[in-house]
Design a protein around this ligand. Structure first.
Ligand SMILES: *Cc1c(COP(=O)(O)O)cnc(C)c1O
Length: 376
């Protein structure tokens, strides 16, 4: 145990060919938004059934500019989940709208769509569902609900690149779909993201929002009608993405095999709650997240320290965000969303990334047993 290298909970896989291609961009004389971004947008669009795709420099920017594209702002409500990276609700605040949380489904850990229905008011403009750990929210129910109530959907698919619903890839259907290409995601550009849009008119509007509101004119001049952000991606980053796109399906297959090994090797007598096995193959296994036995929830810090002492990195994704000061100040309190609070207090993220060996899963399972026994 002692002489094995530290096993982080995730690590990107960047092959030598991709590294060489990044070198080519750096030597080319054009390192910001240019031909590599155009190539990656076209490749993503082709993969996603021809829908327009526009790159930005983060998943956060893609969500925020997606809200702005829908004209969502002060006085509007946007329904989302408290179990996500805080970006999901921060972007709603950023545009001046109000995030309205609803509780999670205890099995999938995703937003409970029945509760979404009950949270709809005359001010509700949109829903931001999150595919936690890459397990998709039920798109049939979600899109039917949105259609019935005339709501926009900005899918926070930051974690679900390559996942599917009803045999269709996430991003290839629905309303607006946002991906993140942060270093920890299944597909990375180091930092980056993209929005999948409904039509070319939306794509043109989004291009203005992503770069200072500028429209280029045919005579070489420009026009600015409205505010725009500074959120364009670089060609250096896009070159990484083109390399990842060649490999992401292999990465996701490897992640699934590792997850299956976790299920096969897991000692159920330890009292953890495992994630859904996803036998249907919808998800992309972005993360593997058991929930600690309830008695260990107050001792999560000790559990993580114990695993670290065994050479294994453990993450927490995520505490229920309505309990952060930012949202308590806005009136939230413990007890508002009991399912999310319970999951948020017990969740741990164990190592899962494509370069892991089967033996690494065995090592993690053994360490979990050792550390759990030590805390009993
Ligand atoms: C990573 C992530 C984001 C934000 O993406 P960035 O690229 O880091 O801005 C938003 N939502 C979820 C669910 C994420 O996992």
């Amino acid at each position: 145990m002692k002489n094995q290298p530290f096993l982080p909970f995730t690590r990107p896989s960047i092959d030598e060919r991709t590294i060489a291609e990044v070198g080519d961009v750096l030597r080319s004389g054009w390192i910001t938004t240019g031909p590599k971004c155009a190539e990656l947008e076209a490749a993503l669009s082709e993969r996603l059934g021809g829908r327009p795709v526009r790159l930005v420099n983060s998943g956060t920017a893609s969500l925020e500019l997606g809200l702005r594209l829908c004209g969502i702002g002060p006085g509007d409500e946007v329904i989302t989940t408290p179990l996500s990276w805080v970006a999901t609700a921060n972007v709603v605040l950023a545009v001046g709208a109000t995030p309205v949380f609803v509780d999670s489904d205890p099995v999938t850990r995703n937003i409970d769509l029945n509760q979404v229905q009950r949270a709809i008011t005359p001010r509700t403009r949109a829903v931001i569902p999150v595919d936690l750990a890459g397990l998709p929210v039920d798109r049939d129910l979600l899109n039917a609900l949105a259609q019935k109530h005339g709501l926009r959907v900005i899918e926070d698919a930051a974690q679900s690149f390559g996942a599917h619903w009803g045999g269709r890839e996430i991003g290839s259907f629905g309303d607006l779909v946002s991906f993140s290409f942060h270093a920890n995601k299944n597909f990375t550009t180091s930092e980056g993201g993209c929005l999948v849009l409904n039509n070319e008119e939306e794509a043109r509007q989004f291009e203005k929002l992503r770069l200072q509101g500028v429209t280029r004119l045919s005579d070489g001049g420009m026009e600015v009608e409205a505010w725009g952000s500074k959120a364009n991606l670089t060609d250096v980053a896009a070159a990484i993405g083109l390399g990842q796109l060649r490999q992401v399906d292999d990465f996701n297959r490897r992640r699934r095999a590792l997850a299956e090994r976790y299920f096969a090797r897991w000692d159920s007598s330890l009292g953890f709650s495992l994630p859904p096995e996803d036998r249907e193959g919808h998800g992309n296994w972005h993360m593997f997240q058991p929930l600690l036995p309830a008695r260990l929830a107050p001792r999560r810090g000790e559990f993580i320290a114990g695993m670290k002492a065994q050479g294994i990195g453990v993450g927490v994704h995520y505490p229920a965000m309505h309990l952060f000061s930012l949202f308590r100040q806005r009136g939230h309190k413990a007890g508002d969303f009991p399912v999310s609070e319970d999951i948020g207090a017990r969740t741990i993220t164990l190592p899962l990334f494509p370069a892991m060996a089967d033996a690494d899963v065995d090592r993690v399972c053994d360490a979990v047993a050792t550390v759990t026994a030590a805390l009993s």
